[in-house]
Design a protein around this ligand. Structure first.
Ligand SMILES: [Fe+2]
Length: 307
């Protein structure tokens, strides 16, 4: 496969993981992202790996949508006319072409960044409606957003207080809340605002809060995420601090080495084994796609749920 993403410069290597880096790539030229290909993916990807949401103008949270047997082309039409957001998570597991793409992207980065060691690498495919929005949130892993079709505006905020509060990040990392965190309008004055075009990718500071608004056109994007040893230690520190906080302690250290840190690694492993299942956030579908319905979705009736 020819090179997918432009070479990372020495300056970008210094910024990597700490600040925003913009890169260009050739994903828009791939058949993998045509309407035909997207429609087949919508039909074949395991529904457990296809997270679908809707957000109407009058609701302030995402509502969960399930495909409910609607053909891929109709789902795309509903996305084009409506207000729907699909995230196919771990798409590299569902389709070997995405596995190959993932391996290619990371082999290019590992070549460009000597000493890098990425694991738990994954990519997600996002297909979203014109003007769809993603609320202010943060994610646990190192990540990049790759724009393939359509344009979107992204606001990137500093990964420090007050934009990112430790207790809220800990909850996101422990999956006890969805990824949304406290947001104030005035934060926007401190954001980097980028209009992302097809063929551009962004990699930003670890856990950096962000929010997104699509321009008035359907959007196709990829997300990539990864861990490396430093990100993994950050994750374990936040997880351990979150467990301590839930037990009534106020964690005093955010160090990622030393005795207190390694104690948190132990707490994290034990807690995940025993408690996580009970506390994790659950998603319940309320709508199915329908290109003729307002916002491209129709409510699931109680009868349809029980059948
Ligand atoms: Fe995100």
């Amino acid at each position: 496969m020819p090179r997918v993403v432009e070479k990372i410069t020495p300056e970008q290597r210094e910024l990597w993981g700490r600040h925003t880096v913009t890169l260009s790539h050739n994903l828009p030229s791939m058949e993998l992202f045509s309407d035909e290909s997207l429609a087949r993916l919508i039909e074949t990807v395991d529904p457990k790996c296809m997270i679908m949401h809707t957000m109407a103008d009058d609701i302030t949270t995402w509502k969960v949508v399930e495909r409910g047997g609607v053909p891929g082309e109709r789902v795309l039409e509903a996305i084009r006319n409506g207000r729907i957001w699909i995230n196919m998570v771990d798409i590299q597991e569902a389709d070997p072409r995405f596995r190959e793409l993932l391996d290619q992207l990371y082999s290019e980065w590992e070549t460009d960044i000597p000493g890098s060691d990425y694991f738990k690498r994954k990519i997600g495919l996002l297909i979203s409606s014109p003007n769809a929005k993603v609320f202010y949130h943060c994610d646990p892993a190192g990540q990049a957003l790759w724009q393939v079709r359509g344009r979107k505006r992204i606001w990137l905020y500093p990964n420090t207080e007050p934009f990112l509060r430790p207790a809220e990040l800990e909850n996101v990392i422990r999956s006890v809340s969805s990824e949304e965190i406290s947001y104030e309008r005035w934060y926007d004055e401190y954001a980097e605002v980028i209009d992302l075009e097809p063929g551009q990718a962004l990699h930003w500071a670890l856990n950096g809060p962000h929010r997104i608004e699509n321009h008035d056109e359907i959007n196709v994007s990829l997300t990539s995420e990864h861990y490396d040893p430093a990100i993994r230690r950050n994750w374990a520190m936040n997880y351990g601090n979150g467990v301590l906080r839930s037990l009534g302690w106020t964690p005093r250290s955010r160090a990622t080495d030393g005795a207190a840190f390694w104690a948190k690694v132990g707490i994290t492993a034990l807690w995940r084994k025993t408690m996580q299942e009970k506390q994790s956030y659950k998603r319940i579908p309320e709508y199915v796609p329908d290109p003729e319905a307002p916002n491209g979705v129709r409510p699931i009736t109680p009868a349809a749920i029980s059948s």
